[in-house]
Write a protein that binds this ligand. Structure first.
Ligand code: GLY
Length: 326
């Protein structure tokens, strides 16, 4: 009893300390950027950003912008890493992962979804119409069909051919290149300065059946905190899942880091966390982030990561800096 009393007394003394002294002070009150911002992973983000920009110009909210960007990519059935045209799993089935998060902290996610054209919109429907965050597999497909998303058994001939070629060796070895890991992650900021984000992907090519990557996992492939900023990821999902990278980036920005510094710190942490599991030469991971002021950061483990930005009406594709130099 005496020990417990002493412990409580010590705790009381601790709680009297100014807690803020442990947290780096933010230099100024951020002024929200309101002229429209969309950032997306990889070169193809340019096309996705154009769809988001149109929503912005039509008066859409950030969540409408990022969903439109995701749908644009999912509609491209020649795309080998997103949507129904994506490369299949080992057994020849294309399985889709997506998520969305809005400025109110609401989130929806769909994993291991088959035969549905727009997983990002299914994720939005989960966010808006159910008390849940994640639906997977057959249940997710049932929910989608019940909510007006038709089943579609499209097969991309190019994806089928790549799978047939892969089957000859059936070697499961994730490779660093943009063909195998080019999930789209999208962050958007609307005319109120509010933030939202989305991710959509067919995941790792020729993955084990049932494998889910980082993209639909809130905090790993995407995180949005409308009081701080937003972050998204692309690359080998397992490395990002182990590091909760998007949440980490947002928390680093909360402590006052610029989005660039936050992405750089998160890549260093990811490499440390994965060091005992994978050689750094054997994977790529890439981050993209923005804060309330519309400042942007991008960083990757290896060179080659690019991102598309649409800011105040100007579209561009930019190269990211990287930890290693190739
Ligand atoms: N980053 C996408 C995946 O690993 O599935």
């Amino acid at each position: 009893m005496k020990n417990r009393r002493n412990f409580l007394k010590a705790l009381g003394a601790l709680s009297a300390l100014p807690l803020l002294s442990f947290v780096p002070e933010r230099k100024k009150t951020p002024v929200r950027f309101k002229k429209g911002l969309v950032i997306s992973t990889w070169n193809f983000g340019l096309k996705a950003n154009a769809a988001a920009a149109q929503k912005f110009l039509d008066g859409g909210k950030a969540v409408d912008m990022v969903e439109a960007a995701g749908r644009e990519m999912e509609s491209d059935l020649t795309e080998l890493s997103i949507g129904l045209g994506g490369l299949p799993d080992r057994e020849g089935h294309t399985t889709l992962d997506a998520c969305i998060m809005n400025h109110e902290g609401k989130a929806g996610s769909v994993c291991f979804l088959e035969q549905i054209m727009h997983p990002v919109s299914v994720a939005r429907a989960i966010m808006e119409k159910t008390p849940h965050v994640i639906l997977v597999g057959e249940g997710a497909q049932q929910f989608a069909v019940a909510n007006g998303f038709p089943k579609d058994n499209y097969t991309n001939p190019a994806a089928e051919k790549a799978w047939q070629e892969w089957l000859i060796k059936s070697e499961y070895k994730p490779i660093i290149n943009i063909e195998n890991h080019d999930t789209i992650g999208i962050l958007g900021q609307d005319a109120d300065g509010n933030l939202s984000g989305a991710c959509t992907t067919s995941g790792l090519a020729f993955k084990m059946r049932g494998r889910v990557g980082d993209s639909p996992i809130i905090g790993s492939g995407l995180y949005v905190d409308n009081k701080v900023g937003a972050a998204t990821a692309t690359g080998l999902g397992e490395t990002i899942l182990r590091s909760c990278s998007s949440f980490l980036i947002v928390e680093l920005m909360r402590q006052g880091l610029h989005p660039q510094a936050a992405c750089e710190e998160a890549i260093k942490r990811l490499v440390e966390i994965n060091a005992s599991i994978l050689k750094v030469e054997d994977y790529q991971a890439c981050f993209l982030a923005c804060n309330l002021e519309g400042e942007v950061g991008a960083y990757s483990v290896h060179p080659g990561f690019t991102y598309a930005i649409w800011k105040d009406g100007k579209p561009e594709v930019l190269p990211s800096k990287s930890l290693l130099n190739g």
